[in-house]
Design a binder for this molecule. Structure first.
Ligand SMILES: Nc1ncnc2c1ncn2[C@@H]1O[C@H](COP(=O)(O)OP(=O)(O)O)[C@@H](O)[C@H]1O
Ligand SMILES: [Mg+2]
Length: 274
């Protein structure tokens, strides 16, 4: 098993059970969606896999080995995550933000541009070109020189995705990539996510938390459904859609078709403030 194995994960926050006995696999080179009503534990699950939250019980395996994720080492461990919300360096330009994403895994480039350290001009130029390429692919190359804070929310979101992608993760975790995006952006985003598992020479697995059911059903090989911290169903999109437990999970808590930007921003602040 070369992908990610989530085995019997439980998380408690004081008396609150945020996750209970959650087990599933994210096989190599597949897209796995995690869905469920608000408060189901989706972000907590992402926080466990990225090392921000220590599980109360259970274990993770990554690429065949026991995995104890650490946020500061994650990218080097081949795992990259985007935050629910945006999480860009607000004072850096779009291009610099993307270059940051590559710098952690590459020896050269970024530090020179940001801190004026002597580095090979050629490496820097290559990194810059690659960053620009990702911005182009995400349709936002025209804002490469603009400071992130001045960009519209959906544009920031694409820059954040470009920044995640340039590190060429072997596991990419996307927390609500379509949040705040318009209908016209969803098609290209879906195409991009579907193509990711075979984007580079090493296979990439994708984990995705998303409220846009159309997107989930279109891009995912497999869907895991959480409700009150428990995995109530998992299977192909078709299997999950037909599962009565899934309909039950959503009764009285209809999934929002479009995410509320203000709520997302609040959630991001909460997350960052932890
Ligand atoms: N750091 C935390 N401290 C206490 N409770 C938390 C914390 N993070 C999340 N929770 C609670 O855990 C549950 C799951 O939350 P979350 O993972 O954010 O759900 P989702 O992302 O599916 O909306 C919720 O009841 C939430 O209030
Ligand atoms: Mg969440």
């Amino acid at each position: 098993m070369s992908g990610l194995v989530v085995n019997d994960i439980g998380v408690r926050f004081g008396g609150l059970v945020a996750l209970e006995s959650v087990s599933f696999e994210v096989p190599e080179a597949t897209v796995t969606g995690v869905i469920g009503p608000n408060g189901a534990g989706k972000t907590t699950l992402f926080n466990v896999i990225s090392g921000f939250v220590k599980p109360t019980n259970g274990s993770l395996m990554w690429e065949g080995k026991p995995f104890q994720p650490r946020p500061d080492r994650l990218v080097r461990q081949g795992v990259t995550r985007t935050l629910q919300g945006v999480g860009l360096f607000s004072h850096l330009t779009a291009l610099e933000n993307v270059m940051v994403g590559a710098a952690i895994t590459r020896k050269a480039g970024l530090t020179s541009s940001l801190f004026g350290l002597p580095r090979s001009d050629r490496d820097e130029a290559r990194l810059r070109a690659e960053a620009l390429e990702w911005l182009e692919r995400l349709g936002v190359a025209h804002v490469s020189g603009r400071v992130a804070a001045t960009l519209a929310y959906p544009v920031q979101k694409r820059v954040a995705l470009a920044r995640a992608l340039i590190s060429r993760p072997r596991l990419l975790m996307l927390d609500e990539p379509a949040g705040g995006l318009g209908a016209e952006d969803l098609g290209p985003l879906a195409d991009l996510i579907k193509a990711l598992p075979r984007e580079w020479d090493t296979p990439c697995s994708v984990m995705l938390v998303e409220h846009h059911m159309d997107l989930v059903m279109k891009v995912c090989d497999k869907v895991v459904v959480l409700d009150f911290g428990k995995c109530v169903a998992q299977g192909t999109p078709t299997e999950v859609q037909a599962d009565p437990a899934v309909a039950a999970a959503y009764l009285g808590a209809a999934p929002s078709a479009t995410s509320d930007i203000a709520a997302e921003a609040a959630a991001l602040n909460e997350e960052v403030g932890q």
